[in-house]
Ligand binder design. Structure first.
Ligand code: ZN
Ligand code: ZN
Length: 345
């Protein structure tokens, strides 16, 4: 089969590799769509190294069709259309036992420890099949829309940490794919006002299409003043940092009202540090949270939200490339044109 093989920073090649064989309790999925994630770009550029093997096949946001099942696979049959939650928890560590399987101490993931889906086929390991990571797709849900369930699941987790609810004022910093999904989720959760800050014109208009009430260009407008103005001087109930820029972490604290929350959703580059005015946290009683990956239940919910169009995948997955044009797809995704890029093997 053809696959995009990662050989280390800045080295990814389209190669012919053997089709993986499904072992006991494993299934083989023919990839229908695999989306390029910001994390894949960070791995390709050497900015993320933890859990990454060389050589390996990346790609953790995917959906496809079961084409083979190993011995003792009860639940899935050839022809089933499935999406897979890529984080495989151990189910026994202290975190798993306390409802935090997304930060499982022994977690492994497809696209990291196991080969991912920038390939024609992907083998789903027994631990994932047995552990309930494989979801049958709602009828008629296109693969590229279903593949969005993984990053959306992470956003669902982030929104839960932010406790966004009815009537809230939410500020989202960055309107890349993640920021856009946060906007859609905040609106679905009942936020009364969603303000987004994003320098890219195309992304600001996408943000407005997905339900943002105000799209600010931080290069030409003063975000802090606009948030104050829109909230009677109070600030936002929730601020979500949807892009990993340390100076924005600093700014995020200034945008929240007293008792408000700030979620550091985006990952930063290894070694990044930010200087925070800690008195803002102290005097304003801010709730600071982070977000890492997603639970299986978040994935299931994300699939439903996409199928019911509460999050419109068609506005988020904007470009498609074949596997053969994988390297161009990565360059395109990095250029910031388009929003979410799909590879359709
Ligand atoms: Zn991802
Ligand atoms: Zn665990």
């Amino acid at each position: 089969m053809r696959a995009l093989v990662f050989h280390g920073p800045n080295r990814m090649e389209l190669e012919e590799v053997p089709v993986p064989e499904p072992g006991p309790e494993e299934i083989l999925v023919k990839v229908g769509a695999c989306l390029i994630c910001g994390t894949d770009l960070r791995i390709l550029r050497g900015k993320k190294t933890k859990g990454v093997r060389v050589p390996s096949i990346l790609g953790h946001e995917f959906a496809g069709t079961v084409v083979a099942a190993g011995p003792n696979v009860g639940e899935f049959r050839t022809g089933d259309r499935v999406g897979v939650a890529p984080v495989i928890p151990c189910h026994t560590c202290a975190y798993c036992k306390n409802g935090r399987e997304n930060v499982c101490a022994n977690r492994t993931a497809l696209g990291y420890e196991y080969d991912g889906a920038f390939a024609e086929y992907v083998r789903i390991p027994a631990a994932a099949v047995r552990g309930g990571n494989v979801y049958r797709l709602p009828a008629d849900l296109p693969f590229e829309a279903a593949a969005l369930a993984e990053p959306l699941a992470c956003c669902v987790n982030g929104q839960r940490n932010s406790r966004i609810g009815l009537g809230d004022v939410v500020v989202v910093l960055g309107a890349g794919p993640i920021g856009l999904m946060h906007i859609a989720l905040a609106k679905a959760a009942g936020a009364s006002l969603v303000i987004v800050s994003e320098p890219n014109d195309q992304r600001r208009s996408a943000a407005l299409e997905l339900g943002a009430d105000l799209a600010v260009n931080p290069k030409t407008e003063n975000l802090g003043d606009l948030v104050k103005e829109a909230t009677g001087g109070l600030g936002a109930d929730a601020v979500i940092l949807a892009i990993g820029i340390p100076t924005l972490a600093e700014q995020a604290l200034t945008l929240a009202r007293k008792g408000g929350s700030v979620n550091f959703f985006a990952g930063f580059s290894v070694g990044d540090v930010a200087s925070l005015d800690v008195n803002l946290i102290h005097y304003n009683e801010l709730k600071i949270t982070g977000t890492s990956a997603a639970r299986r239940e978040d994935y299931g919910l994300a699939l439903q939200l996409i199928a019911k169009r509460l999050v419109d995948a068609r506005r988020i997955v904007t470009h498609r490339f074949s596997l053969t044009h994988g390297p161009e797809a990565f360059k395109f995704a990095e250029s910031g044109q388009g929003i979410k890029v799909a590879i359709l093997p």
